[in-house]
Design a protein around this ligand. Structure first.
Ligand code: SF4
Ligand code: SF4
Length: 328
């Protein structure tokens, strides 16, 4: 194990990260999921029951309707499709021509009651962002469970049949995240551009699957990932590795700059990692902000300072990382 001390992230960046104008509303609809992946930072699974309430859903719809500055709503979970509020939020966003992104695990479409969802996605021009942590079967099933790879390929073929990957209004992106380390020979997430080319070649050649973009995402040491690292005595070394690869040039592009992240209870955070760690967003008044504050003050930009922690080294290492992939 390293003997070095991790530099506090705030000291590393010489101060605070500041918020830009909010254009993305990311909503975590709940913890229900048909899978229980080892790297899951929100610790979702089939036995979790927490989900959005009608009251919180109504407030979110009011916000979507009130703020044309919101360019995207980004629905996540758990499996967002399984949690309360999914279709009402899609309907609200589409009414105002706001982009809808759904972070889908692709296997949900094989669960009873969800088989017709790909057509619903196409009808509503939902942008699909789907995790496929490798283009090889063994690596995917190791991370996500046996059979997940085959179901994912079948779902991608179904989306292609509906026009995804060809029609410019039907976008499907894939997400790569590395396997969790087994020792302290850590590596940065591979370069997104050549890896995207490898994914495209392999999936086209073997399955005639097409997709738009590949996003590479770093494993951020929170939630189940951090539990795994701690259990294997790798947590400190991994954080040190991330700090050693800190890249100042990523800072202006971090996803927390222009995003609000809302949990199923309606609490507001700067990003979903802070949400997982229960580090609330703080308004200029030094208070936590609520959905009611935004509605009552008719102001989406109540935060100037982003709350940071040492796991922010995960977003700022190498080419950087976000829900939309590498930053630079
Ligand atoms: S599919 Fe996504 S939300 Fe569900 S357990 Fe896996 S990583 Fe977590
Ligand atoms: S974890 Fe990443 S996205 Fe969240 S506050 Fe830190 S740098 Fe920003």
């Amino acid at each position: 194990m390293t003997n070095k001390t991790i530099t506090n992230f705030k000291n590393k960046i010489n101060g605070d990260l500041t918020k830009d104008k909010i254009t993305v509303l990311q909503i975590n609809l709940g913890k229900k999921c048909n899978l229980a992946c080892v790297h899951c930072h929100v610790e979702a699974s089939p036995v979790r029951t927490e989900e959005l309430t009608p009251d919180v859903c109504e407030k979110l719809i009011t916000i979507i309707e009130s703020f044309p500055q919101i360019e995207s709503i980004d629905l996540t979970g758990g499996a967002p499709e399984m949690n309360y509020g999914f279709k009402p939020l899609v309907a609200a966003a589409r009414k105002y021509h706001t982009e809808v992104i759904v972070r889908s695990n692709l296997t949900i479409f094989f669960e009873s009651g969800y088989e017709d969802l790909p057509q619903y996605f196409a009808d509503n021009q939902i942008r699909v962002v789907a995790s496929l942590p490798c283009y090889l079967e063994d690596n995917v099933d190791q991370q996500r469970g046996k059979g997940v790879y085959n179901k994912s390929i079948l779902a991608l073929q179904k989306f292609n049949e509906l026009g995804y990957g060809n029609d410019p209004n039907l976008i499907i992106d894939l997400v790569y995240n590395p396997l969790l380390p087994v020792n302290n020979n850590f590596a940065l997430t591979p370069n997104q551009v050549p890896l995207q080319a490898s994914y495209k070649d392999y999936l086209a050649k073997h399955f005639e699957v097409k997709f738009n973009h590949l996003f590479t995402i770093t494993n951020i040491p929170v939630g189940r990932t951090n539990l795994y690292l701690e259990k294997n005595n790798l947590a400190q070394d991994y954080l040190q590795f991330l700090e050693d690869n800190f890249n100042q040039a990523t800072l202006p592009h971090l996803m927390c700059k222009n995003q609000l992240s809302v949990d199923y209870l309606g609490n507001i955070f700067d990003c979903d990692f802070n949400q997982m760690m229960n580090i609330s967003a703080i308004a200029n008044s030094s208070q936590k902000i609520t959905l009611d504050d935004i509605i009552d003050q008719h102001n989406l930009d109540l935060i100037s300072q982003i709350q940071t922690a040492n796991y922010c080294y995960g977003c700022t290492a190498g080419s950087g990382s976000s829900c939309g992939g590498a930053l630079i």
